[in-house]
Design a protein around this ligand. Structure first.
Ligand code: ADP
Length: 576
């Protein structure tokens, strides 16, 4: 309870009041001897329990500069002499034992009513905690600054107008323009964004579509917005573009919003990607041109070979000696081999360049399989091999697909089966199957031939691959047949597997989607197409049908041409 004496505050009341406040209060006389000290001041100065009254204030309160430990000039004296309040400098305090105590203090002269200075009041506050916090903030700030400066990523700080307020060394390097010059500039202007060349960042006609503007404006509108994007910029004085990958984040610093852009120069990667893309385009164009060239050249080569074949056929039908017949038969075989090689190359080039169109129309599956198998059964017989044709009873007669290409696949597989089999036989199995929910036609061509070693099995479906170099010498061939089969299979939506044991034989098993058709739409002339076999020992397919009764050489020529152009070779039908 505060007591007053005739309206005046008594010393007891004053003492009671000063005793209860948190700040230290010391009163001295004009000789700086302590006349009053409150408990808070005793606690701050570490002299609780001691009788310090009458002692000189500077003996109880030894101000020093913490850090340098130099004594601090008596502020009480200064206050009394100057007749005005005096504060303490920063980092001034006392040592409480070995512990530094930072103090803030105000020393004010006590002036009597008659104008004399009768003493001094000292108001003390322990600010050690605040100073420690300040120093920690300073240390953190210095640490952050050194990280900011040393970061290998360009860091750019923008203010709430999206103008650059700070940037680190890496950003200066990327930009190639000093920090001082850049500060205050809009980001797009400093980095010479293409869109801001003429009218400045944010004012160009392309700026509304610029990712920099878009991201900055979204960030200004929403302080939680963060993003990453890639933009093309230009260094000061450098026509070469710089690709920057930018991470945008935001921070609230000293009351104002800061947009932080982390910049990674990805120009080298972009240039590599661009070079790769250009190389890929060039390679594609070259490959396309090569495909076109091959397709054209193969056609140009095939036409005269067809003419040669036709002429040899005509010559074989004239009166000849045995020797002449043998020469011509060999010549015919050679040109048939050549035709097959050219056809393979043509097909492969067409598949490779994407020029081969597959049909998807109804055809007679039974007739197609029987046609091919009849021919190869004869060839097998001729070679002393057995031939087991497929049981067609479970298969629909008419299906949708490309009969020509199905025959080409079978021709390739059967041709190989006979070529690489010396004894035993060849069999063909055909049955309906399923792949997931799809109905399929599954066909397996099996032989008891030389087989294929495991290491070679996968590579054989790649172009120009044979088991080894000696295969070409012994059996001929281009190494393209299986690559064509695999690509055709892929284009038809099917697949092929190979099972083989060296010395015991091989089985090529393929499947294609099976869709029943009402009837055959394939022109009759294309139902009996087959490839000219390569085996010297094989019977000539032309022998299967006797030539028409022709009295005229032109009719005979037309018949041979039709046989070679249309019947003889699926490739011949492509060039229509
Ligand atoms: P080509 O027969 O014209 O060389 P292919 O692509 O049809 O081309 O065949 C590639 C190679 O695969 C053949 O050279 C042969 O080494 C091997 N090959 C294919 N079919 C068989 C088979 N049925 N038996 C043994 N080897 C085979």
């Amino acid at each position: 309870m505060v007591g007053t004496e005739k309206g005046r505050v008594t010393p007891e009341v004053l003492q009671g009041l000063l005793g209860s406040i948190g700040d230290g209060v010391i009163l001295t006389d004009q000789d700086e001897r302590i006349t009053f000290i409150n408990p808070a001041a005793m606690r701050i100065l570490g002299c609780e329990g001691e009788n310090v009254r009458g002692m000189e204030c500077m003996d109880v309160c030894r101000f020093i500069r913490i850090g340098s430990n130099r004594p601090y000039k008596d502020p009480l004296k200064k206050a009394m002499e100057g007749r005005s309040s005096v504060g303490l400098s920063r980092n001034v305090g006392i040592y409480r034992g070995s512990e530094p105590v930072y103090l803030s203090a105000t020393c004010s002269p006590i002036v009597h009513i008659d104008g004399r200075v009768t003493g001094c009041s000292v108001i003390l506050r322990d600010v050690s905690r605040m100073r420690r916090l300040e120093r920690k903030i300073q240390r953190d700030h210095a640490y952050m600054r050194s990280v900011f400066t040393a970061a290998k990523v360009g860091l750019c700080v923008l203010d709430s107008d999206a103008a650059i307020s700070d940037m680190n060394e890496s950003a200066v390097e990327i930009l190639d323009r000093s920090r001082q010059e850049s500060v205050g500039m809009q980001f797009g202007d400093a980095f010479r964004c293409e869109n801001s060349f003429i009218s400045g960042c944010g004012h160009g006609h392309l700026c509304p579509r610029c990712p920099v503007r878009h991201n900055l404006e979204t960030a200004l509108a929403d302080e939680t917005y963060a993003s990453e994007f890639t933009v093309t910029m230009h260094r000061f004085d450098d026509p070469e573009p710089v690709w920057l990958h930018i991470f945008l984040s935001q921070a609230v610093g000293e009351g104002a919003r800061q947009i932080i852009l982390a910049l990674i120069d990805v120009s080298a990667r972009k240039q590599r990607e661009q070079a790769l893309e250009e190389a890929r385009e060039r390679a594609e164009a070259a490959s396309h041109a090569k495909g076109e060239f091959l397709a054209n050249m193969s056609h140009e080569i095939r036409t005269p070979i067809n003419g040669m074949n036709g002429m040899i056929d005509l010559a074989l039908r004239t009166e000849l000696t045995d020797e002449q017949k043998e020469f011509l038969t060999n010549a015919k075989q050679c040109s048939s081999d050549l035709l097959r090689i050219v056809s393979d190359i043509l097909d492969f080039a067409k598949l490779d360049s994407g020029h081969m169109k597959l049909e998807n129309i109804g055809f007679d599956l039974h007739e197609t399989l029987e046609g091919v198998c009849t021919l190869y059964a004869k060839m097998a017989e001729h070679k002393g091999l057995t031939f087991t044709p497929p049981d067609l009873s479970n298969l629909p007669q008419f299906v949708v697909g490309d009969a020509l290409r199905l025959r080409q696949i079978l021709n390739n597989l059967l041709n190989n089966a006979l070529k690489f089999t010396k004894k035993g036989g060849v069999s063909v199995k055909a049955a309906p199957g399923e792949q997931g929910s799809m109905h399929t036609l599954e066909i397996t061509v099996r032989d008891t031939g030389i087989g294929i070693p495991e290491h070679a099995q996968k590579k054989l479906f790649q172009p120009f691959q044979q088991v080894d170099g000696s295969t070409t010498r012994r059996f001929g061939g281009t190494g393209l047949g299986l690559a064509i089969v695999k690509e055709l299979m892929h284009r038809m939506g099917g697949g092929i597997d190979l099972y083989s044991i060296p010395g015991r034989g091989s089985a090529f098993s393929f499947w294609i989607p099976l869709v029943e058709a009402e009837g055959a739409e394939t022109p009759a002339g294309r139902q009996t197409v087959f490839l000219a076999p390569t085996h010297a020992s094989a019977p000539q397919p032309q022998a299967e049908k006797s030539p028409p009764d022709v009295s005229d050489i032109d009719d005979l020529l037309a018949y041979c041409e039709q046989k070679l152009e249309g019947d003889g070779n699926p490739a011949a039908n492509d060039k229509k």
